[in-house]
Ligand binder design. Structure first.
Ligand SMILES: [Zn+2]
Length: 49
């Protein structure tokens, strides 16, 4: 039962751009609405789609 909860927490920390797991992903999701890591956030800032 605890495995399901832990797995859900992990999914929340996966970057949708590169697929890496980083604690910054959930922070960026809260602040910008994007599930991206710090590295991908910089890429988006420099080269916005
Ligand atoms: Zn990323």
């Amino acid at each position: 039962m605890t495995e399901i909860k832990n797995d859900k927490d992990h999914l929340d920390d996966y970057c949708e751009e590169c697929g890496c797991e980083d604690e910054s992903v959930s922070q960026n999701l809260l602040m910008f609405g994007y599930k991206i890591c710090a590295s991908c956030k910089i890429s988006k800032t420099i080269f916005p789609i």
